[in-house]
Design a protein around this ligand. Structure first.
Ligand code: NDP
Length: 293
């Protein structure tokens, strides 16, 4: 039986509507409008597209955008000073700095400079560290991995005791996705470019998250019948043109999997929705801090 297609657009629309309603309620109660600042260095097409979709989603949810576009040659100190200004700006509740940074900039220093309470991307070393530690909770969870988990939850996946395989170990997707699955008591295997016999490892997975950036790498015979397959990859289809494909060979894998995300229309739609949710949370944390002050 062909897999259930997990509709990322519908899940994202639900989250965005919840955030918009909560923002309306805040403003009706006289609390400040949530604000999100995005810092983009250089004019890379992918970053510009993300900036546009983030701006539109913020506007639709009633969240203010404070975006800063800088040249790729911006010095480290100027970038850190900008982050310090945004940290101090009470209109800004969330700050994201688009990664990867241009060569020569120290990513860890920039991420560590973002106030923990405004780290809506969840990439601050303390937030990632808490995610990795048993019994600790980060203030924010990275948006794309959170989107993967939200899709699995919406689909009714069982985590406890499930075997999960994550393809990819990046700081942005693979590693935090694996940590989130571990938090939910799955038994997690993380694979990367040096892993041996990927098909055999993937075939053990009740839950398979692919985040490698290799077009249609995961084939039907890599997938356990009935598995949940979450495809994070966004790649240009081989052979030229503008068509996008994931890391999973969708047409063949959907005949084996129990549930699968499409590309586009899957995980990508959830990333911005999770960013809005994190920004709302940051505004709520700021309210609580102001009340405690
Ligand atoms: P990275 O390039 O940072 O990481 C890729 C990971 O995949 C690495 O851990 C790498 O291993 C591993 N890998 C690469 N090739 C292979 C291979 N042949 N076999 C096994 N493992 C391999 O990518 P990201 O994590 O940033 O992104 C992954 C994909 O997700 C991309 O297509 C990206 O466009 C997409 N993406 C989508 C988002 C969305 O919102 N939908 C958001 C972010 C990313 P090693 O560590 O050994 O190098």
């Amino acid at each position: 039986m062909p897999a259930r297609i997990l509709d990322g657009l519908a899940s994202a629309a639900r989250v965005q509507a919840q955030v918009a309603a909560a923002v309306d309620a805040r403003r009706a109660a006289g609390r400040p409008q949530p604000g999100l600042a995005m810092v983009v260095l250089g004019d890379e097409a992918g970053s510009q597209a993300y900036l546009r979709s983030k701006r539109a989603a913020c506007a639709a949810a009633g969240i203010a955008s404070f975006d800063v576009e800088l040249p790729a040659a911006t010095p480290q100190r100027a970038l850190e000073e900008l982050v310090a200004q945004l940290n101090a700006d009470p209109r800004v509740h969330g700050i994201i700095v688009q990664l990867p940074l241009p060569a020569g900039l120290d990513e860890e220093r920039v991420l560590a400079a973002i106030s923990l309470e405004k780290d809506v991307d969840g990439f601050h070393p303390v937030n990632i560290g808490r995610l990795a530690m048993k019994g600790r909770q980060p203030l924010f969870v990275p948006c794309t991995p959170a989107g993967c988990l939200a899709l699995l939850e919406d689909a009714g996946a069982t985590f406890r005791g499930a075997r999960a395989v994550v393809l990819g170990r990046s700081n942005i997707v693979g590693l935090p996705a694996a940590l989130l699955l571990l938090q939910r008591d799955a038994t997690v295997t993380v694979c990367h470019s040096r892993s041996a016999d990927l098909p055999a490892i993937c075939r053990t997975a009740d839950i398979l998250i692919a985040a490698v950036g290799r077009p249609e790498m995961v084939k039907a015979d890599w997938v356990k019948p009935g598995a949940y397959v979450i495809d994070v990859g966004v790649n240009l289809a081989p052979g030229g043109g503008e068509r996008l494909v994931g890391d999973v060979a969708f047409d063949e894998v959907k005949e084996v999997a129990g549930a699968i995300t499409p590309v586009p229309g899957g995980v990508g739609s959830l990333t911005v929705a999770m960013l809005l949710r994190n920004t709302l949370r940051a505004a709520e944390l700021a309210d609580a801090a102001a009340q405690g002050a």
